[in-house]
Design a protein around this ligand. Sequence first.
Ligand SMILES: *Cc1c(COP(=O)(O)O)cnc(C)c1O
Length: 374
Amino acid sequence: MSGSCHAGNSRVEARVTARIDLAALRHNLARVRACAPRSRVMAAVKANAYGHGVVPVAETLVAAGTEALAVACIEEALALRGAGVRVPIVLLEGVFSGAEAQLAVEEKLQIAVHSPWQMELLQASFAAAPLELWCLLNTGMNRLGFVLTEAPALAAAIADRPAWRLHGWLTHLACADATDSAETLRQQARFDAALKGLVGERSIANSAGIMAWPSTRADWVRPGLMLYGASPVAGQSAEELDLRPVMQLESRLIAINEIGRGARVGYGAVWSARAATRIGIVAAGYADGVPRSLPSGTPVGVGERVVPTAGRVSMDMLAVDLGADARERVGDPVRLWGRGVPAEAMAARVGTIAYELFCGLGPRVRRVYEGGAA
Ligand SMILES: *Cc1c(COP(=O)(O)O)cnc(C)c1O
């Protein structure tokens, strides 16, 4: 679970550490419960729990009462079962082959079917198998999901197979992060209309739906990002939403250079000092997950201060402008994101979202877990 070039060697400190605060994860789950007290929670732990490390995250969520977990593919589900996680696990993209369907049956995984070809696959070879199914409806995102008018036929086809069980109906929101968009309520209205008179539980809301669209909470909510403590809603910070960042990406200063006015820093010499200053070199680069496209001037935490980056991010390092009067020393801690420097803010600087930063951690970053005991 550590996965770094120092993995298994406790005699060396990691260059770059993703400090994962499991107490913050529990706090954020409590925020989900507070927002959606009548809904059950299907926590999105796909993509290695958004880069946070799937097994410790899943174990913490399950111990805190999460009713189900959601993953993108069978490998992710098998890793959880292999680690002894026993709660229901939903395959959000369903199964891609008969072999996967067989594994899903053996491991009691719930399959979200989204396309006619998947129903045909299951009907052809698994008609008598104890399948646990969700049906994903396309209410306007046009990514995955059945055409709305097919819902009654799907319900009938599943009811026809005594061994099959229909848990319920899913749809996914395209614009829930934009609180001024009418699309969310249109999607919800299409979902409700398509399911009129049909039985089965319903699930619509991702994190942004949970926080910004109360009417979408339904029987099951499917939080991802908010569990990891980043804001899912445009224009509102995690702090304002009382979400606590779970991941802090940490490194250290490994050199401090005094440079004169006009001196340049880094590849391409794109940054130059307006006045004499001290440049701190941080042992973290794009191979660790700090985007190369990060512009100069992006705030990062050094000790108790926040200072701007200077010049291009390289593979293993980046530079910060500490200022002429800097007191920092080699070895001082650096926070690329975490306390005081939200991942959302760095993501916005490079035109992306916190999700992509979390998922983009390099393989040599060591994950360290804190706050494990409830
Ligand atoms: C990833 C995912 C979620 C969680 O989304 P967040 O925006 O991270 O809360 C919910 N539902 C589906 C279908 C997903 O793929």
